[in-house]
Design a protein around this ligand. Sequence first.
Ligand code: ADP
Ligand code: ASP
Ligand code: MG
Length: 924
Amino acid sequence: MRTSQRLAQRGTAESACLVPRRPSCPHVHRHGVWQLQPSLVAVPPAVHGASAKARKPNFATQAISPPAAASADNHEAISGVRGAHWQIHKFGGTCMASADRIRAAAELMVAGVGPDASTCVVVSAMGNHPTSPIKVTDLILNMIKKASRQDAAFLVDLAALQEKHVETAKQLLGQTKELTQFVASLMDDITNLKAMLQAMSIAGMSTEAFSDFVVGHGELWSGRLFALCCRQLGADVAFMDTRDVLVVTPTSDGASVDLDEQLSNRRMDDWFNANGPCKLVVATGFIARSREGTATTLKRNGSDFSATIMGALLRSRHITIWTDVDGVYSADPRKVPEAVCLPSMTYHEAWELSYFGANVLHPRTTLPAMKYHIPITIRNFFNQGAPGTRISDFASDMEVYQGKATIKGFATIDNVTLINVEGTGMVGVPGIASRIFSSVRDAGINVIMISQASSEQSICFAVKGGDGDAARQVLSDRFADSIAAGRVSAIQVIPHCCVLAAVGQGMVARKGVAATMMGALAKANVNIKAIAQGSSEYNITVLIDQVDSERALRAVHSRFYLSDVPIGVGIVGPGLIGGTLITQLREQRQQLKKEFGIDLRLLAVASSNKMLLRETGVDLDNWKQELEEKSVPCDLDKLGNFLATHYIPNRVIVDCTASDAPASKYINWMKEGIHVVTPNKKLGSGSLDQYQAVRRMQREGYIHFFYEGTVGAGLPVMGTLKHLLETGDKIIKIEGILSGTLSYIFNTFGDGRPFSEVVLDAKSKGYTEPDPRDDLNGTDVARKVCILARECGLMLEMDSIPVESLVPEPLRAVASSAEYMARLPDFDGEMDAKLREAESSGECLRYVGVVDAQTGRGSVELRRYPKSHPFAQLQGSDNIISFTTSRYFKQPLIVRGPGAGADVTAAGVFSDLLRLAAYLGAPS
Ligand code: ADP
Ligand code: ASP
Ligand code: MG
């Protein structure tokens, strides 16, 4: 039976409005010229007034009759219609979102038709557009929901749908007969849909068949618009309502559909018998029919699947899927801005990636193309110069990616629930897994991933978020006996999880891919709840907390994909040290990126009262001005929050202050996955509890806390100590001149000038704090001793470190620094005596910090050293630290050099940043 005849008999509004016009030979259906058949379409009195005599919708079951037209004599000829002269082009919702876009797509298609080239265009429903935010399929589904919960607002949605399509048609078709025809058929549909929605509203429910019938109208309308536009452009075009051709059956879990290829092929023959061997066919995406004849869909995003099905049925040469991105990216570009567009991938890779949530493709899209080896190219309609991603049997770029990214792409399935069935009674009992999964299957629940511990004590699997309770219920019922007998101890339901999948054929037989992925997640402070790797080794999936979803995605992506390790930096305290660090960052940034693959981006700067937060990075040449003009009041919690939620997976706060306030935030920042680098001594010498909490966090959470700048500025003091300890050396004693100021004073004292004059000299050279007592009271040295001691495992508090203050007792309470300086000469005698005593024994005075690991004590004191001792050789304001250890016993290991000043301190901080980058995966 021909389409036109069927239409006339059924009188449906749902089907083709393009029918054969003029039989030119006896084989009408094969050689006719095709155009709109106005006589079939009732024209309403006005665009907005629905036709009173709208035809009845045919949503009910309509059994598919045997393919009468595919008789033996014409089947061969019809088969000849198929072949490599066909090209399939599918236009996604965004490409169909406005009259201009539809016209541009139609022009592209019409231009492509030639003597040896036939085109089948598959269209989605209209998507959203700046001038019309409606996504047609979303709106229809919402409208159905409203009707079935008796919310009369469904009428508003229906009116919006009508308006969007009428407006588009007017702009696209102008005041032509095609417009009249389109609007007439649209109004028929609207009238019918209104009646159906009202019925749903009265019944307070909707069935899947009703809903599938209604939702398919988006594609029917966009398809008709497209076909009419092609016709206006002068093309011979036929419109195919794919419900007349595609026959599908639901998959066992009901989550998708399978093509009934045989039946669909026969229906395709029927269609060509009825419509002839057209060169340009515009087909609806998304919709099909069941074997029983009910209107159905290929599920959300199903138009991609429609396109490859059409490709397979027509044995086409190629399938192009036009969308709004340059191709398939290594991760969803909305979530991972650094994602890269893949030049090519295999069918398997595309399948796995779409299954695991990359909604650039419907999950089953590749299957029909794979069967007939038809390449698919994903291309950007809005950037037609881009070559797109080619999906085929082979990925030509295998070699390119092998070294770099054995993993092609990453995707997440958000909002899943983890079900964990646990019990000692499950060990070695055959059939447990099968009972679990048959129970959930019987409940119609789709299982996304499965993981079983090899001890067999637990089996866990993930289901869609909304299915968690139903899964628990069905398992509790089915395992009631085992639970009562204690063989199954728990059925845990853990909501708010997310599946993160890594996909790539290059993983096959490559070692260490899983380890690298887990390492990257650990470094990003992401907790893994379950792991599964398919035996095909095309994918590794992990189950994580939903809140970690985007951060995890970025972390694994950057680990495998980016040659650069990106680190987002926040600097607190842009004073002398912080400001110098920014200058150093500016000078080194390009070179670090180019030579070492480290991409340091300054995202935030905070002073004591204001802060500058920049999502895309602070301008390093202009940061002072930006901080002045564009800052917000400083709030260290907000600063942490900003960095914690930033898309760059690695974030660090550099505390360049000497205050308690930032130090008290370290633990919270670290909990949020932010690393901390600092020359600030407050945490290391502050409350032991707080210090230990930070160190614990550092050990357990893979979050780093580096503080080289706290002792000896840029000198490698902490690094050396860590290295000695990590390699198993035993520290016996650390002794050092740890203050640049006191180093200068005692290196100079002995030149004949009294002590007070030397202090004045140091002050005038800017070597001291504004009040020199802050140096001479020894507290700063004591802080360094405390830090060194704690590093050696001696958990000292500041008040347990005896400090010999060089501020004479009577001057400690003196209010001003000026008065202190004025009265200091009164005490020169005491110091002079000490110096003379030392010199009489051939020794000199040095103010040192000491950690005695054998007695477990630290101290700060004025000691005497022989003139031959390395401490006696010191010049200027240099620091010197000597480590006496079991290995460096006879000769201590000595670190010596400038130990104060903004330049060297900032350099120490900088080297910590680079160490962090190395820990995070930068090449060494
Ligand atoms: P269409 O309407 O053209 O079918 P979709 O919105 O269904 O478009 O699919 C395209 C979108 O898929 C892109 O805009 C992108 O945000 C999203 N997407 C998710 N994962 C990926 C990925 N790995 N590569 C490319 N796009 C992706
Ligand atoms: N319009 C349908 C949807 O939005 C099918 C598609 O566009 O692929 O799900
Ligand atoms: Mg899509």
